[in-house]
Write a protein that binds this ligand. Sequence first.
Ligand SMILES: Cc1ncc(COP(=O)(O)O)c(C=O)c1O
Length: 406
Amino acid sequence: MKHGNVEFDTYFKNYPDANGYFGKYGGSYIAPELQVAMNEIAEAYQTICKSSKFIAELRRIRKEFQGRPTPISYLERLSNSIGTGVQLYVKREDLNHTGAHKLNHCMGEALLAKYMGKKKVIAETGAGQHGVALATAAAYFGLECDIYMGSVDIKKQAPNVARMKILGARVIEVTEGLATLKEAVDAAFTAYCKEYKDAIYCIGSVVGPHPFPMMVRDFQSVIGIEAREQFISMTGELPDAVVACVGGGSNAMGMFSGFLNDPVNIYGVEPLGRGNKMGDHAASLTYGEEGVMHGFNSIMLKDENGEPAPVYSVASGLDYPSSGPEHAFLHDLGRVKYDVVNDDETIEAFYTLARLEGIIPAIESSHAVAYGIKLAKTMGKGSVLINLSGRGDKDMDYIIEKYGIR
Ligand SMILES: Cc1ncc(COP(=O)(O)O)c(C=O)c1O
């Protein structure tokens, strides 16, 4: 299948290129001493992670420890309640060990760290899901683990902070700026610059300098590979549409990668938060422009000085002023349509899925559910597969306090 001048039959061979570019997006914009460390990781990824020993070990871990494959569930009551005849399905990454997709790349990154002889893993976290997943991987492989987290998110995601500590990680509070995800990435990068000889930076999404966007996508592609096979065996056909929420974009890239070469409409959902005024949302692909941040070129939200703009979303995991370079590429190409849902629509979808299906979704994933419902209302027939990236246990206290029980 072709889109613009891109041939999707051979897409994964050609994107990213050897320097980490998806078209004009991606690359590596970092200090020379850190580039040495990135080259080491890129080289290790190409050799170690492509070896049959590594692949066999990761497969075993996914099956025996993570509980993969995660199932797809048909949402019968929700589909009936919409009443257009459109069938809704969810890929249950909420049932992946630790409750979200993040463990898919964390086990891969930590296994790579182990093969490279590193002693420590370092990362940022927003919602705490990546932090919990990495703390879990570090405990599993016997590595030290430092997690940087903004003080706003520490308060909002208290259960995940406790989980990281129980798992033996150090949670380092970041108080600069808005004290959310962007500042946590800044702090984790700074720490990594000092410690790169003994540590590896395990980035939490398909962002950062090459090779992270490629590496995280490849580790997350298990979602799309499983989902495509499962959906066809359940229904005998492909879904008409696939939907995922986009923060940095890892769960979405994992899901989308399975369907890029298929006649399937693909939708990435960004957080519109309180509205479309700058500072009230984090819809970077929808409202942003080209720019470099955290070592990669992508589409980002900028303030009047060209710096990353302040962003907001009810979902800590989507609260980031940019998205991975591959999303920027797919956006410009028109292969994926990026759209938005706001906080209110998200909270409504959170309760709808809980009440009609007995699944409490993460507030990030609720964005995808809200969009899937909206989309199903506009379609006359067909099917929509939503990536349910995580479960909502971490969000319950916050939602009850802010929105009450509906
Ligand atoms: C459950 C869940 N879904 C989605 C995201 C967003 O990240 P990404 O866009 O990388 O999938 C997060 C981030 O913390 C998350 O916890």
